[in-house]
Design a protein around this ligand. Structure first.
Ligand SMILES: NC(=O)c1ccc[n+]([C@@H]2O[C@H](COP(=O)([O-])OP(=O)(O)OC[C@H]3O[C@@H](n4cnc5c(N)ncnc54)[C@H](O)[C@@H]3O)[C@@H](O)[C@H]2O)c1
Length: 330
């Protein structure tokens, strides 16, 4: 299914440093099967759509750990500039903390390119989409990816909650033609991507085993630990996490506790790095609301009803850390 990939001329590939190569080779030997090693090796270039907090993190980790050229697409030039500046800041910080040498940081930066044109993904082997959690937007992007990308490319989504089967179906007007839909899969990275090791891999009804195996292998090459879950509303991570966050917002809304008490009891009582309201701010309140709407709508179960306060905060544009205000000020 895989063909030798075409090189994107604008990418600068650099020689991998000896120590990084040794570390990767050791890691690979520990956790890769022979076929997984082959599948991961077949991915020679990556496209990432959306230079927001998730897309930027995915692009940076792919350049750093998997050492493949990554082309980042965003429809906003401002988001691209902000994302690339943030990537530089993170790499500089790793150099200061002696987690990376200056040479390794420069290598990672040289593997990252960006543009606003999706047509620039015409020769990548693997694409990960990380645009906002809006079904119609994702369907449109996958319809276009099926036309733009090579016929062997894996088309992955970072959706938090939208059905992979529905996203795969959007690639074609003929449901019996699975040539594109069989290459659609979810690689659901956790936030912040450079820190969190877990990635949830989800197949749609149409996803081929080779696509699933390649997604697992490539995420491992990025240094991640994969879990496989079913294409059910919220999958695993958000089926468990979002009702917890939503319940915290309902507790705030109904006066069971104030912001600081809610976050303090969960942080200090369950040994997590932050409370649910602060976590919601970090995830993005718009993303949390979208996921609750999917859980509620697709299960029809009232236990997933989104908090009224959560909806109002999104209406106000108070989306959390990314907009400067959420349950906290940034
Ligand atoms: N934030 C989280 O904690 C988290 C965790 C796991 C998964 N996700 C999922 O990842 C995806 C992205 O979330 P995020 O938090 O990074 O969002 P974000 O709002 O930070 O970033 C989205 C980016 O997509 C860009 N964009 C919008 N429309 C576009 C288009 N048509 N073409 C190209 N780029 C476009 C925006 O300019 C923005 O830079 C969502 O599906 C979300 O559910 C988020």
């Amino acid at each position: 299914m895989f063909q030798p990939s075409l090189t994107i001329p604008r990418f600068t590939t650099t020689k991998m440093s000896a120590s990084l190569f040794r570390r990767q080779a050791l890691g690979a030997a520990r956790c890769f099967s022979t076929s997984q090693r082959r599948y991961a090796a077949d991915v020679k270039s990556l496209g990432v759509i959306g230079a927001g907090q998730m897309g930027l993190g995915i692009a940076l980790v792919a350049a750093r750990a998997a050492q493949v050229p990554v082309h980042l697409i965003d429809n906003s030039e401002a988001s691209i500039q902000k994302g690339l500046a943030f990537a530089k800041k993170l790499l500089d910080k790793d150099v200061t903390k002696q987690k990376l040498t200056q040479e390794q940081a420069d290598e990672a930066r040289s593997l990252l390119t960006a543009s606003t044109e999706m047509d620039d993904l015409s020769s990548v082997d693997f694409v990960i989409e990380a645009v906002p959690e809006l079904p119609s937007l994702k369907f449109d992007i996958f319809r276009r990816l099926a036309q733009i990308c090579p016929k062997h490319a894996i088309l992955a989504t970072n959706t938090s909650s939208i059905s992979i089967t529905k996203i795969a179906a959007a690639t074609t007007s003929d449901p019996t033609d699975t040539s594109a839909s069989s290459r659609v899969v979810s690689t659901h990275f956790m936030n912040p991507v450079p820190v969190q090791k877990g990635v949830e891999i989800i197949s749609g009804l149409q996803t081929s085993k080779e696509t699933l195996d390649t997604a697992v292998a490539f995420c491992k090459k990025m240094g991640k630990i994969t879990s496989v879950s079913a294409d059910a509303p919220g999958f695993l991570a958000n089926r468990i996490l979002m009702p917890y966050i939503n319940e915290a917002v309902i507790c705030l809304e109904t006066g069971v506790g104030d912001r600081d008490s809610i976050d303090a009891i969960m942080k200090n009582g369950t040994n997590v790095p932050m409370g649910p309201l602060q976590l919601a701010d970090f995830i993005g309140l718009d993303t949390c609301l979208s996921i609750m709407k999917v859980l509620h709508g697709e299960t029809g179960d009232s236990k997933y009803r989104p908090s009224v306060l959560l909806g109002k905060m999104v209406d106000a544009g108070w989306l959390g850390k990314k907009s400067g205000k959420g349950f906290y000020e940034y």
